[in-house]
Write a protein that binds this ligand. Structure first.
Ligand SMILES: [Zn+2]
Length: 170
């Protein structure tokens, strides 16, 4: 019988790691807890983050769901996704991985395939829907999201008005 001591595992490739590790060496995925009982309290921020990850969303290849114009913005998106249990990694947007852009420059936010749909819903709600490269022309996605939100909002208002009319006439 295997010891049921808590260990960490990569949500992508299932490699096991000790509690000292934070990310998978090969996939760069934030590690998740497996086995054992959950920690009473988060010992480190990394553990707190890992505990939020829903394993359901940790399957499959990494797909790009969003982009940040810079590291802080990308981390903001990452945090929003994590709140919904979706693990993600940041990657420098292709074409910007040159020294001038190492510190700054846009970042891609990638999530496992299984979490992509949940991630897109989170981003849509937050009006940060996927922006497609090329950078600089990347506002189209956000505008589309606003349009969708406007249409949905308009539909809601129409429904309210209809309901109100029904109340008046009924
Ligand atoms: Zn891995």
């Amino acid at each position: 019988m295997k010891a049921s001591r808590e260990t960490l595992a990569c949500p992508s490739c299932a490699l096991r790691y000790s509690l000292d590790e934070r990310f998978c060496a090969s996939c760069r995925m934030p590690l998740v807890h497996v086995g054992g009982e959950p920690l009473k309290s988060a010992r480190t921020e990394a553990h707190a983050r890992a505990r939020k990850i829903n394993p359901v969303y940790a399957e499959g290849d990494l797909v790009r769901v969003a982009g940040g114009r810079n590291q802080p913005e990308a981390e903001l998106i990452q945090g929003m996704l994590l709140e919904e249990g979706v693990p993600s990694i940041l990657r420098r947007t292709a074409g910007f991985d040159v020294p001038d852009f190492l510190a700054a420059g846009p970042r891609d936010v990638l999530v496992p395939q299984a979490g992509a749909e949940a991630a897109r819903e989170v981003l849509l709600e937050a009006d940060m829907a996927p922006q497609q490269p090329p950078p600089g022309a990347g506002q189209g996605g956000a505008h589309a999201a606003k349009l969708v939100a406007a249409i949905l909002g308009g539909g809601f208002i129409t429904a309210l008005l209809t309901w109100g009319l029904l109340q008046l006439t009924g």
